[in-house]
Design a protein around this ligand. Structure first.
Ligand code: DGI
Ligand code: FE
Ligand code: FE
Ligand code: FE
Length: 187
């Protein structure tokens, strides 16, 4: 298992300075949330540092791995936004030798969320949204909610991300809808 300093170097080599600063912001936020809500600080740190590890890989490489490692071939109809976490966890496991399923799952669901989310999944999903470098209307509100109730923060993020995607008229990945139905929709 790589120590934090070495892991940071390996991650930094894979991305722009700007994205690496985002990753460090997610780590800081994820550790704070883990402390507050009682998750493992070490797992929060590792999952945060690696969540966007594969984001700058080529579409060709993702397509190859989707075919080679028997992912659902429907994924080929999607793109980097959906691949970098879900398929990216596979790169993290093979290249960084991280085999902790809780960490890998948090990486997999960090973009879309999921109907079933562990505490660590929620922490990474929310930390990615509210880290100090994020600047968009509503981020302050999201930060406030995250200090009060993590599930409410998941709901707030899910609702606003979905609204943003609809506004842009981009395709909605079915998992994103499942997350909305579980965490936002009134029953
Ligand atoms: O990787 P980050 O930029 O830190 O953030 P992210 O992994 O949460 O989101 C990456 C992108 O994915 C972001 O531009 C929003 C987009 N996204 C999230 N859910 C969906 C989506 N894009 C599409 N087309 N459909 C989705 O359901
Ligand atoms: Fe991401
Ligand atoms: Fe996100
Ligand atoms: Fe991110």
């Amino acid at each position: 298992k790589l120590e934090r300093e070495l892991l940071m170097q390996r991650v930094q080599m894979q991305m722009s300075e700007k994205r690496f600063r985002h990753v460090l912001g997610v780590e800081e936020t994820a550790i704070a949330l883990a402390g507050k809500y009682g998750a493992s600080l070490e797992k929060a740190s590792i999952a945060a540092l690696t969540h966007d590890y594969a984001k700058e890989r080529s579409d060709d490489e993702f397509q190859l791995v989707i075919r080679r490692d028997q992912f659902d071939l429907d994924l080929l109809h999607w793109g980097n936004e959906i691949w970098h976490g879900l398929v990216g966890a596979n790169f993290v496991q093979r290249e960084l030798e991280i085999d902790d399923e809780e960490i890998l799952q948090a990486i997999r669901v960090h973009t879309t969320g999921a109907a079933e989310m562990s505490l660590l999944d929620k922490i990474i999903y929310v930390a990615d949204y509210i880290e100090p470098g994020r600047k968009f209307p509503g981020v302050e509100k999201a930060r406030e909610i995250a200090l009060i109730n993590l599930d409410d923060a998941v709901a707030y993020e899910t609702k606003h991300t979905l609204a943003h995607l609809v506004e842009k008229e981009v395709p909605i990945y079915p998992k994103t809808i499942e997350t909305y139905n579980k965490w936002v929709a009134k029953k």
